[in-house]
Ligand binder design. Sequence first.
Ligand SMILES: C[S@@+](CC[C@H](N)C(=O)[O-])C[C@H]1O[C@@H](n2cnc3c(N)ncnc32)[C@H](O)[C@@H]1O
Length: 256
Amino acid sequence: MKLDLNSYKDSQLRRRINALMARRKIKSYEAYFQIISRDRQAFNDFVDYLTINVTEFFRDVKAFHYLEHHVFPELLAVKPLLKIWSAACSNGAEPYSVAIILNELTPGRGHRIEATDLDSNVLQIAERGEYPAELLRNLSPARRERYFRAENGRYVLCSEIKKRVKFRRHDLLADPYGQGYDLIICRNVQIYFTKEAQWRVNSRFSQALRPGGVLFLGASETIFNATELGLERIANSFYRRVPAPVRTKASRGEVG
Ligand SMILES: C[S@@+](CC[C@H](N)C(=O)[O-])C[C@H]1O[C@@H](n2cnc3c(N)ncnc32)[C@H](O)[C@@H]1O
């Protein structure tokens, strides 16, 4: 497996690699490079440490409120079954929050929710669907009661929601993107990318959305040149792929 470290911001990367090497008592970058090139487990530990996995259910309550009350009603008015991608989903709290909202807006409907991350360790946690209480602090008591079962101090997500999300490993900087998404959620990962990498990733997201589809970013993530990417800002953190112009007979130069 390859990892494109050039696309991550230098200062943060260096700080974390130095801390990891100090912890393992490794003296030089060369020595560390040799270790992770040879040893798969050491490489996985490296990726695990480098990727900051902080997340929680309904992280950023205001943005999720906007998603539930504005974005989903608009998308569902156009298509009854949505195709959604939660990219860099960490341990699954984000795509499961989306599955909970859709379960309430459209009970029983089989939307397609894909969720991906670079880090295989967090994907395993996502598949298990067991979380500590602090990740549920933004859930109403009613939702906590309805969707989780307390077990040995942890909260186990019900299978009704778990089965709605399909997880797989995917590197935003190296792997191909899908197409025709109604909604792409990519929150709190691009802050670690260089400006060039952010541009590439957002440009590929724009192409992966259907016209009229929506991109949902983190609270501090802004696309300055959105129109150049075929996106328009609809609210803080939300961008819409500019719908294709309606092709009338007149615009095609046809008469009658
Ligand atoms: C801070 S978490 C964000 C989780 C969630 N989106 C949220 O906002 O709560 C960042 C995630 O990005 C993932 N990540 C880092 N680099 C990535 C890459 N190149 N491709 C895919 N995921 C990546 C990390 O493994 C981590 O799980």
